[in-house]
Design a protein around this ligand. Sequence first.
Ligand SMILES: [Zn+2]
Length: 331
Amino acid sequence: MSQNTVFCEECRSDVEYIVKALPMTGKIKNKEYRYMGREAHCKQCGALIYVSEISDANLRSLYDVYRTQNGIVSLDIIQAIPEKYSIGKRPLSILLGWGEQTFSRYCDGDLPTRQFSDMLIRIYNEPIFFSELLEKNKGSLNSTRSYEKCRRAVDAILSADSTEERKINSVIRYLLNQCEDITPLALQKALYYIQGFFYAFYKTFLFTEDCEAWVHGPVYRDIYFRYRDYRFDPIGKASAFDSENFSSGEKAVCDSVIHNICCYSGKILERFTHNEAPWLITRGELPISAPSDRIIEKSIIGEYFETIKKKYNMVNPNDIKDYARDMFFRI
Ligand SMILES: [Zn+2]
């Protein structure tokens, strides 16, 4: 029997099967969610057959949609935490003051409550916060070895962060300082265009972070969670920002995006990105409102913005205005 055969109730024998992707709905807490799922059909008679791996994957997709729509931490982030801080699942659970098995259950796919989810997002995003928590609760860990191992990992992250602030954070502070009223949606778009046009002009990406093809356009996940609570409100102006740390190329692209892209609302910019290849290609066959955490590959972003630069004969970053205006009149 090959690996790809399974018992068909109709044919009464082990058969090969074909897998089809299709939109599905599922219910969690009395609410329906749509997601992309898969179905296995008998190759001989076409009957629907049960394959446990496919059923598990469908459940995971449903949970992923639930997580995205309800702002619950993704499974990827949960599973990344022990590795990030070199700590076991049980010690981590204890450190957080939770039941010994609680974190392990979340790692296996259980849905955390909102309160526990917020805590996980915070410790993942804020090594300083995690570091303080580790010091405060280290007495609850029953081995000094696991404390020391974790301490070293956290210290390494903190010292790397302090020597070189992540570029995306400096750019965000610059944007918040220069724009009077930028919403989280518009901020995401601004970061995306800065990433794309910077590559078009200088052949290198400004941010190492990847963005994902969400329903409302390209999104940098961490940044989304950081400003989620502002929803449709402006984030508020950042205090004075010294742009001297930017190279002249970085500053030129940021300034041009601020003048030529950030003058449009987040909703208008959403229509821009919905008409652009990187978002469209990444979403592929997904229905328009289906949540997704697919990464928009940097190579696709780079290629698209290089093409745009060529098409509009852009000589310097100021020329981004031609593209922005053209998009505005075409949508
Ligand atoms: Zn069959």
